[in-house]
Design a protein around this ligand. Structure first.
Ligand code: ARG
Ligand code: ZN
Length: 849
């Protein structure tokens, strides 16, 4: 196993830094191929350790000169950094290095994107900028001088001076190097001011390239709402005089919370009704909030080491989910979050890449920015809040900010705060951080003499390196309904702590119908033998919106499983229940649109596999298409009235209400297209005045095997807009019919606009194809080869983005022997390449272990 290789790092091996930093001064003389970075760093011995070895990280740097207290020194340079003899007392280190941002295609450290300079330092990119103790438990105030002819020069903190060709920035808040940022370019700002609850007047700027001017209003609005929300709900105010956000086209992930200077993938900043979908607006709002919230949960309190990544990410995702729920609809938001959690995190947790929310070892930390650390990490916070209650949670958070402000903390610190604030023992809860795998919760019930009993068993399957699991504390929110649909026991949280346990409810007149795991109160798989009648009953009567949706989803899943395994016809019970739900005007349109959605093909493959059935991706695809058509036919009279009813009068608004109406209207249109060969969808496409409708209609057409003409028109119209063209590429590779997906994707890789070194474009084309389950799993293995070829090619240029996409193969053990052999062969071909990156080496090693 790769984990046992010499470069693997272990949580258990943590040692404190030998040297601490009191102050950092940096000067950048920017040049595309020869940037000079001059550093002046005040070091002092760490009183907490006797270790005095002086090691600075540094990668791909040319050292020009180095001095200690003004005296030149000659350190020993290795590929990872340098060591040097130093005094036993505080001293000043000075160094000058040269770097080449123009040739930096890995997009980590200082690099260039469309003529602008920018940085990405999390997790370990700062060592590509200068020699430094590049670890999050070394925190220092930074002062930065930038010299360049470019008009806009930005760094962290407050501006302290500028002139012809230079600018200086000072960040008074001690920070780890991963939060360092610098931007230089020709940029324009959309600006406003915000006065904090502490009376600080803050200048807000969203910087974009001049051609994108006018597309930052929604990001700015989202920022202001986030700042207000964090004050109101967490008592957290902003702490500098300026907050800058910059949109960058070439970016490995979503965005980065650098102190006072957030850097964003431009797709999560730029929006106009014509070019961005409702989903894009929602993502912008969420990610702007996420990065802003990091100012307290991440920056003011950071992580001691990268094993603690979930300390900031899990908590910050939880906070952005709360914010988005407040801004939109809690029920809809929860359903969407659980759909993503299952699609990404459950998939990860049930395959070869499963790892604990706090991993115990890694080779390349970039490989651990995962759904488990982020999304399951957020679920753990949600469970904690449920267990201690909202007041307990607020008390604990207040204590957390008081106690750990300015520190680099651990999960132990975090849990201790909850124990101290609420008096609750969290030793069993801490297993959620160390045990990987998705717990299975098996629930049976009895009813006798007015007493209803729920019998609960928990069991977590083995995961790599963890054959045995101990029971975890699982908050199981339940409600009980009487047979006439009344709620007889409102939501109650049962604490499951044992491997097997029973819970009793007395004084009931009749056997109730249980609504289990309300609000998805824990990230577990609920196993309960039940029938379609009970599910249909819950779909009709459950007062918990999540479980109402869940009942419909489970019905759909059972129908699809029966269609795939027995060639059954779509069950009328499901179709009737769906019809009643669609007609129910008391329900939020967004909710109805979600309830009309079917489980995805990959999700169904996972469900079949869990039932001991080898999934056939093509059979799944076919069944799903058949069910969509059956729904279209069975509910036929509903679609046109629904389509006509769900218009949005007035100008486009990205808010939840209109977005929900558009989603339901497009769902109606998608079913209509199966009855009228796309006539109405073509008209909808032609008349669309916003990207949600335009793209929605286009994807409906592609799904029914039409839309070629519209694809061309779309490309003519949007050829110059790179974010819109990403959608054009992704739609084709992800929605192409199974027998055409490989050839379609290959031909798109020859398209002159397939700029594969741009991560967004690579993700659109190759990533889009990996989402096309039946196409990717083509029995010939051509899909696997296509992806492997491109991963090999990208790995040489950008290991981080390449390694991340190798997760397309994480489900390989689910499939038949022939597909397994082909996927294994593709992975082994990648593994056998000379010069494979550490990122990719670790990923394929774990995938094949
Ligand atoms: N901290 C950033 C965020 O979640 C993400 C940084 C990702 N870095 C990486 N190397 N993958 O907001
Ligand atoms: Zn984050």
């Amino acid at each position: 196993m790769k984990d046992a290789s010499p470069q693997a790092l272990y949580l258990a091996d943590y040692t404190p830094p030998a040297w601490l930093v009191d102050r950092v001064e940096l000067t950048f003389r920017l040049h595309p191929s020869a940037t000079r970075v001059v550093s002046r760093i005040a070091f002092r011995p760490n009183p907490e350790t006797a270790n005095r070895r002086f090691f600075l990280h540094g990668e791909d740097l040319t050292l020009i000169s180095a001095a200690i207290d003004g005296t030149p020194v000659t350190p020993d340079i290795t590929p990872e950094g340098l060591v040097c003899d130093v005094p036993d007392s505080p001293f000043t280190w000075e160094a000058e290095v040269e770097i080449a941002p123009e040739g930096n295609t890995a997009l980590e450290g200082l690099y260039m994107s469309n003529g602008m300079y920018c940085t990405q330092c999390e997790a370990e990119g700062f060592r590509k900028i200068t020699y430094y103790p590049d670890r999050p438990d070394v925190m220092a105030p930074f002062r930065v001088r930038i010299e360049s002819d470019l008009p806009v020069l930005l760094s962290n903190g407050n501006p302290v001076g500028q002139g012809e060709g230079w600018a200086e920035w000072d960040d008074p808040w001690p920070k780890p190097a991963y939060l360092f940022a610098l931007v230089a370019g020709e940029l324009v700002a959309t600006s406003d001011t915000f006065t904090t609850c502490e009376g600080r007047k803050v200048e807000l700027n969203i910087w974009v390239r001049p051609a994108d001017q006018g597309k930052a209003d929604y990001a700015l609005d989202s920022l202001i709402r986030s700042m207000r929300w964090d004050e109101e709900f967490y008592g957290r105010a902003y702490d500098l005089d300026v907050f800058n956000i910059v949109a960058v086209d070439d970016f490995n992930m979503g965005a980065m919370e650098n102190k006072g200077l957030n850097i964003f993938n431009s797709r999560y900043v730029l929006a106009s009704p014509e070019t961005a979908t409702d989903r894009d607006y929602e993502n912008i709002e969420r990610i702007i909030a996420h990065e802003y919230f990091h100012n307290w949960t991440g920056n003011r309190i950071t992580c001691r080491d990268w094993f603690q990544l979930c300390l900031k990410e899990g908590l910050t995702v939880f906070r952005d989910q709360q914010f988005a729920g407040d801004a939109r609809s809690h029920a809809v938001k929860r359903i969407e979050d659980v759909i993503t959690l299952r699609a990404r995190q459950f998939r990860e947790d049930n395959g070869p890449l499963a790892h604990p929310v706090r991993p115990e070892s890694y080779t390349e930390i970039n490989n651990f920015y995962t759904a488990t650390v982020y999304e399951k990490g957020a679920e753990l916070i949600g469970m904690l809040r449920r267990l201690v209650g909202p007041e307990g949670y607020d008390k604990a958070l207040t204590l957390y900010f008081d106690r750990h402000d300015g520190q680099a903390a651990t999960i132990e610190d975090w849990l201790k705060v909850f124990e101290d604030a609420t008096g609750r023992d969290l030793s069993q809860f801490s297993r959620w951080y160390s045990q990987a795998g998705t717990p299975r919760l098996k629930v049976t019930d009895d009813f006798k003499d007015g007493t209803y009993t729920l019998n609960v068993e928990q069991q977590t399957p083995p995961t790599p390196g963890q054959p045995e699991k101990a029971p975890q504390v699982i908050p199981l929110a339940v409600g009980l309904l009487s047979p006439n649909g009344d709620e007889v026991v409102p939501t109650t949280v049962l604490e499951v702590t044992e491997a097997a346990q029973s819970f009793r409810f007395d004084g009931l007149g009749a056997r109730p119908i249980p609504s289990l795991l309300r609000g998805f109160s824990a990230p577990v798989i609920l196993e309960r033998d039940t029938n379609a009648e009970e599910r249909a009953f819950l779909l009709a009567h459950d007062t918990d919106p999540f479980n109402k949706w869940e009942a419909g989803r489970a019905l759909a899943r059972d129908v699809l499983v029966a269609m795939v395994t027995q060639g059954a016809a779509p069950a009328p019970a499901y179709l009737d229940a769906l019809a009643a739900m669609v007609r129910d005007e008391a329900l939020d349109p967004a909710f109805r649109a979600l309830a009309l959605g079917l489980p995805g093909e990959d999700q169904l493959a996972e469900d079949l596999h869990a039932r001991g059935i080898t999934p056939d991706p093509l059979a799944i695809h076919t069944a799903r298409e058949r069910l969509k058509s059956a729904v279209a036919t069975h509910l036929c009279p509903l679609w046109v009235p629904l389509y006509d009813q769900m218009t949005c009068p007035g100008p486009y608004s990205p808010g939840a209400a209109d977005a929900g109406r558009r989603a339901l209207r497009l769902a109606a249109l998608a079913h209509m297209a199966r009855l009228d060969q796309g006539t109405k969808a073509r008209a909808h496409f032609a008349q669309a005045n916003n990207m949600t409708d335009e793209l929605g209609a286009l994807s409906i057409l592609i799904e029914i095997g039409a839309g070629e003409e519209e694809l061309d028109r779309f490309a003519k119209r949007w050829g110059k807009d790179r974010l819109v063209m990403d959608k054009w590429f992704a739609l084709q590779t992800s929605l192409a019919a199974p027998d055409r997906a490989v050839s379609r994707t290959s031909s798109l890789t020859e398209h002159p606009d397939f700029h594969w070194k741009n991560p967004n474009r690579f993700r659109a084309v190759i990533g889009g194809f990996t989402m096309n389950a039946a196409g990717f799993h083509d029995p010939s293995g051509a899909g696997y080869d296509l992806v492997a070829d491109w991963l090999i090619r990208l790995d040489a240029v950008n290991p981080q983005t390449a390694a991340r996409m190798s997760t397309a193969f994480e489900t390989w053990t689910r499939y038949d022997a022939d597909r397994q052999a082909r996927m294994r062969a593709a992975l082994e071909r990648i593994a056998g390449r000379d010069g494979l990156s550490r990122d990719m080496g670790e990923m394929v090693g774990r995938l094949l272990a």
